[in-house]
Design a protein around this ligand. Structure first.
Ligand SMILES: [Zn+2]
Length: 632
């Protein structure tokens, strides 16, 4: 085994042995790190589901329904008997779309039957007044993993991946009742419609700038943009009235909408909706179709085989009933003592940010006060919520139905519930993530952080680990999430999560200069599977840098602190092995940078890294002092 000096490659020094032994499971694109914890939670909860389903004894009604859905999803014989029929039944709604006017008339019906449409109408928090909600308008999804693949310079990858998709689509289409000529035509039309969408919808990089989604417009104006539709009658059907304002999240797409859907492209749309809708349904059909439908995704992520039916059923059911499942997991597997300890760490980190901001050189006095106010008002959600939100009462399905019918019914409940909330105030008590999810987040529009119980485990956190290890693990992740309040998106929202400029012009200029430095620190780094786009991942990199900065500050004040333990655990949490296809796709769709860069780049911005390991200009993990970036 190759020997990696820590001064040259922290990530490999700490993880090379673990990486050598890691085996990526056949049904997953990655192993190690976050996915190792997820797999462990999955195993625990699958056993729980099995026990509950077998004994027919459930802790509550939500878990009963989750187990019923689990049973339905793993009933291979039942799904085999239903075959493709449930999908064809829902797709038949498309037959009623004979002319353009029918699309507007049937918009909601199509949507509730799970049929893809080129416009998507939803209800979300008003980003300028986060106590209330507005109607949001979004475009369609594309066949390729991201709209950036439709740029001319990506032509070779595009052609290769679309080739895979075309083969899969054609294979699935042979199972329908269409003639071979029609099957061929439908797939070609779907590709032609996708080509129109691909040039207009937003790329992941564009979506990563949240604030740019917020383009509230007068409904009359939006109606004019969508001149080929009867937009107001669609809204009336959804809301019983025409709301005054609509937020257009994708101005480029909707500006050109008349060229997307019109009398000439209606047939292309219908065939696109049929083929992509059918492929989307495949997971809920027979095992043969589930296998076929998953081939495209598996090919582009390098996954060898589909999930076995039990795992699939568990993931489906625990996704639909995620909040109650997360509460069950949290109550049983996450102790009160750990919750107290971790909450204490969170407030220590928040306080440390406040102290650091008081002397921050890029902010003037006035802006510092606003930043501190934002920290003071930040919500903290640790572990799992105390109660299940009302929506789950309504998430019922008929156990006699086919799995696809059940899923469509459940999604319809969700969709109608969301639309019905347009005039309801938002609820900051809602959790953004369930307790059994191995992840964490900051919500810029609520100004809160969420740490589900499932991430509060080793190597991130344990009462048995040293304080230094916990600071390099969960501490830095907590610091990361809090730092999102001041990344390139968060900086544009105030203490209530409203888009609001609380910066003086000079302060913001200095801040932007730092943002640009951070873009440069990562931009263009060559990896075996492609080049890093520094602008796309800048928010996450700023957050990592903030997380390390604030926890190193605490380390400096912690008795008996060990910087070795701190940096080792920081590197350990990023240990991950991934299929190259998957890593390549992430470069285009993931706002987070590749794991080894997240482990290796932030430390070199801090003095503690150099003093702890004697790193000098002769080492690979050295950068000149003037290139080191500390923002918060
Ligand atoms: Zn983040």
């Amino acid at each position: 085994m190759e020997n990696f000096r820590i001064q040259d490659d922290l990530y490999m020094h700490v993880n090379s042995e673990a990486l050598e032994n890691l085996v990526i499971p056949d049904d997953k694109p990655t192993a190690g790190g976050f996915s190792e914890l997820s797999d462990a939670v999955e195993k625990i909860m699958m056993d729980e589901f099995e026990t509950m389903a077998a004994s027919k004894s459930y802790p509550n009604d939500y878990l009963k329904r989750a187990c019923e859905l689990y049973n339905l999803a793993k009933d291979a014989d039942r799904k085999e008997k239903d075959g493709i029929a449930p999908a064809l039944k829902h797709l038949a709604v498309l037959d009623e779309v004979k002319e353009l006017g029918d699309f507007s008339r049937l918009y909601q019906t199509l949507s509730l039957h799970g049929i893809p449409t080129p416009i998507n109408i939803g209800v979300e928090t008003d980003m300028k007044n986060t106590k209330q909600r507005l109607v949001y308008l979004q475009g369609a999804g594309v066949i390729l993993p991201d709209a950036s693949y439709y740029k001319p310079e990506m032509a070779p990858q595009k052609e290769q991946i679309l080739g895979i998709w075309t083969n899969v689509a054609k294979m699935v289409m042979t199972k329908t009742d269409l003639t071979p000529e029609d099957q061929e035509k439908y797939v070609n039309d779907a590709l032609a419609f996708d080509e129109i969408l691909g040039g207009l919808v937003k790329t992941s990089e564009e979506w990563s700038r949240y604030v740019e989604m917020y383009n509230p417009m007068d409904t009359d104006e939006v109606s004019e943009m969508l001149s080929t539709l009867d937009f107001k009658s669609i809204l009336t059907e959804l809301f019983g009235r025409v709301p005054e304002t609509v937020v257009v999240t994708e101005p480029r797409f909707f500006g050109a909408f008349a060229s997307v859907l019109n009398a000439d492209t209606l047939e292309l749309y219908k065939h696109w909706a049929y083929v992509t809708g059918l492929l989307r349904s495949c997971s809920y059909l027979s095992e043969e179709l589930r296998d076929m439908g998953g081939m495209y995704m598996r090919a582009i992520t390098g996954v060898a085989k589909m999930q076995d039916i039990d795992k699939f059923a568990y993931n489906l059911a625990s996704g639909v009933y995620s909040e109650p499942v997360g509460i069950y997991y949290g109550e049983k597997y996450f102790g009160e003592e750990a919750k107290r300890d971790i909450t204490e760490i969170v407030y220590q980190i928040i306080d440390t940010y406040k102290t650091r901001i008081k002397t921050n050189e890029i902010l003037g006095e006035e802006t510092r006060e606003k930043a501190i106010l934002k920290l003071s008002k930040m919500g903290v959600k640790m572990g799992y919520p105390s109660k299940v939100r009302a929506l789950y009462e309504k998430l019922v399905f008929n156990t006699e139905d086919s799995l696809l019918d059940a899923m469509i019914a459940l999604n319809a409940v969700r969709e109608l519930d969301t639309l019905a909330q347009l005039d309801e105030p938002t609820n900051p008590e809602n959790w953004a993530m369930p307790g059994h999810m191995v992840n964490a987040c900051y919500d810029p529009f609520v100004n809160d952080i969420t740490f589900p119980a499932a991430i509060l485990q080793p190597p991130f956190y344990s009462l048995k680990q040293t304080r230094s290890e916990n600071l390099g693990g969960i501490g830095a992740v907590i610091g990361h999430e809090i730092s999102h309040a001041f990344d390139s998106n968060g900086a544009k929202c105030d203490e209530n999560g409203n888009i609001n400029n609380w910066w003086t012009e000079d302060d913001f200029k200095r801040f932007e200069a730092k943002v640009n430095q951070m873009i440069e620190q990562f931009d263009g780094i060559e990896l075996p599977w492609g080049k890093v786009n520094g602008a796309f991942i800048v928010s996450e990199n700023m957050a990592d840098n903030g997380g390390v900065s604030v926890t190193l500050d605490i380390m400096g004040r912690t008795e008996g602190a060990s910087y070795e333990e701190y940096f080792y655990n920081w590197a350990r949490v990023w240990c991950q092995k991934a299929k190259p296809e998957f890593s390549q796709m992430l470069l285009a769709v993931d706002v987070h940078g590749p794991c080894m860069l997240r482990a290796n780049i932030p430390p070199r911005n801090f003095d503690e890294w150099y003093t702890t390991f004697g790193v000098t200009e002769n080492d690979k993990m050295y950068i000149a002092p003037e290139k080191r970036i500390v923002i918060w």
